[in-house]
Design a binder for this molecule. Structure first.
Ligand SMILES: Nc1ncnc2c1ncn2[C@@H]1O[C@H](COP(=O)(O)OP(=O)(O)O)[C@@H](O)[C@H]1O
Ligand SMILES: [Mg+2]
Length: 166
């Protein structure tokens, strides 16, 4: 699926504060309708990233779902955020039974962030920013490898690169 002309960006995050800085920049350049597909092992930093994104966008938490809930909504920010953690999802069919098509429709002008997105690649929309998190050499370090699929994700990644290196 990855073609040589897909825009890519690799960023080393040396601390949680750097993850937060990345989110501040991303939060300012993200366009409505963006879809972030987060991949990477347990503890790689997907939820930390998601939380920092909602802070960067100025969201207040709305839903009082139990912590094991698959879906969370965050409203009141620059973009409404839908957060899915698919770790416990058994099959792709289950995702559609939970109303995934309605989610994509409802958040067509918002932001969808999906943890464990690589387990369900079939359900990705055509325009996606893939973010693959991994451990760095020390405990506070993480690496995120980003690949853009589609025009919107590509322009987001170009803007992020500009902001990150500024
Ligand atoms: N640079 C970093 N960026 C993000 N999280 C980090 C970083 N360094 C250490 N951490 C820690 O790693 C853990 C990541 O956990 P979490 O975000 O829940 O991972 P995941 O959702 O991928 O399972 C958190 O305890 C966080 O404080
Ligand atoms: Mg998580």
């Amino acid at each position: 699926m990855i073609e040589s002309d897909n825009k890519e960006l690799i960023v080393d995050l040396n601390s949680v504060a750097e993850t937060e800085r990345l989110c501040q920049i991303l939060g300012s350049v993200l366009e409505p309708g963006s879809f972030l597909a987060l991949c990477g092992d347990l503890g790689a930093g997907k939820t930390t990233f998601t939380r920092a994104m909602t802070v960067a966008l100025g969201c207040r938490k709305l839903a009082t779902s139990p912590t094991f809930s698959l879906f969370q909504k965050y409203d009141g920010g620059r973009l409404p955020v839908f957060h899915a953690d698919l770790y416990r999802l058994g099959s792709e069919d289950e995702l559609w039974e939970l109303g995934w098509d309605e989610v994509l429709e409802e958040y067509a002008d918002g932001l969808v962030i999906v943890e464990w997105a690589d387990k369900f690649e079939e359900s990705w929309p055509s325009d996606v920013l893939r973010m693959s998190f991994s451990y760095g050499v020390d405990e506070e370090q993480r690496r995120v490898e980003m690949t853009a699929f589609g025009e919107r994700a590509t322009s987001t990644l170009l803007a992020l690169e500009k902001g990150w290196t500024a």
